[in-house]
Design a protein around this ligand. Structure first.
Ligand code: CTP
Ligand code: CA
Length: 239
């Protein structure tokens, strides 16, 4: 890799990016999902590719229109996934061979314990609302952290609701420690914030719990700032 800020400073690096949000089926026609569009993860994939990296993008339920920019890029390989289990299988296989993992996907924490074979119908439940029993999904990032090869840089994302920036950063630091990643990108979300918009602010917390940068603007600008920080971390570890 070259000098931060130059257009090919990610040349020679292989990157795995996960984007979007997993969907956990309830029955053949319904699912539990989340509001992640995949825009921030796709922006990271495109920015890394344009800076020279080879990119594997695992897209969980990302709309075609959002994926299009990545699809047009010759050095981005896209694989679509649906559930957390599918994302886990694809991500843990792909992670082994890359220099950097950026886990931007919103992974459902729980899935429905037993998925109905046929559509759930009101006439079959005799007026009593069904109760969905949930079971916890595996922590994909934890598996990648446990299996990490030497020299691999791991980046997690955390979308948090918080009353203040102080609370946001405190939650971020706690999560960074719990996850054991080299960098955690924390952003604020809420009913009217963080989703369905082209803009984002990422607070980047490193392994020493330091807020090393706050990057943002368009999701592409946030992605570029994140990539600068990852290169800086990798340079620091080399010396
Ligand atoms: N993640 C993952 N597998 C999961 C859940 C989360 O790999 N089953 C990853 C996400 O992709 C993200 C990071 O872990 O990069 C943090 O996700 P988050 O949902 O904020 O963390 P959780 O440990 O699930 O904690 P919380 O209870 O706050 O949701
Ligand atoms: Ca979670």
């Amino acid at each position: 890799a070259g000098t931060p800020g130059t257009r090919d400073d990610w040349h020679g690096l292989a990157v795995l990016v996960t984007a979007g949000g997993t969907r956990e089926p309830i029955d053949p026609v319904r699912y539990l999902g989340n509001r992640s569009s995949g825009r921030q993860g796709v922006a990271v994939a495109v920015a890394a590719a344009e800076r020279g990296a080879r990119v594997r993008l695992l897209a969980a339920n990302v709309e075609d229109a959002v994926l299009a920019e990545a699809g047009a890029h010759p050095t981005i390989r896209i694989e679509r996934v649906g559930t957390a289990a599918e994302l886990e299988a694809a991500a843990s296989a792909a992670a082994a061979g890359v220099d950097v993992v950026v886990m931007a996907a919103a992974v459902a924490d729980y899935r429905v314990d037993s998925v109905a074979e046929g559509k759930l119908r009101k006439e079959d439940t005799a007026g009593a609302p069904p109760v969905l029993r949930l079971v916890e999904n595996p922590d994909i990032l934890a598996g990648i952290v446990a299996a990490r090869p030497a020299g691999q840089t791991l980046v997690g994302f955390a979308a948090e609701t918080a009353e203040s920036e102080e609370e946001l950063l405190e939650r971020g630091r706690r999560k960074r420690r719990r996850k054991g990643v080299d960098l955690l990108a924390v952003n604020a979300v809420g009913w009217a914030e963080g989703f369905e918009t082209g803009r984002n602010t990422l607070h980047l917390i490193d392994a020493a719990d330091e807020l090393i940068a706050t990057v943002g603007g368009s999701k592409r600008e946030a992605a570029e700032g994140l990539l600068d920080a990852v290169l800086a971390l990798r340079g620091r570890d080399e010396t």
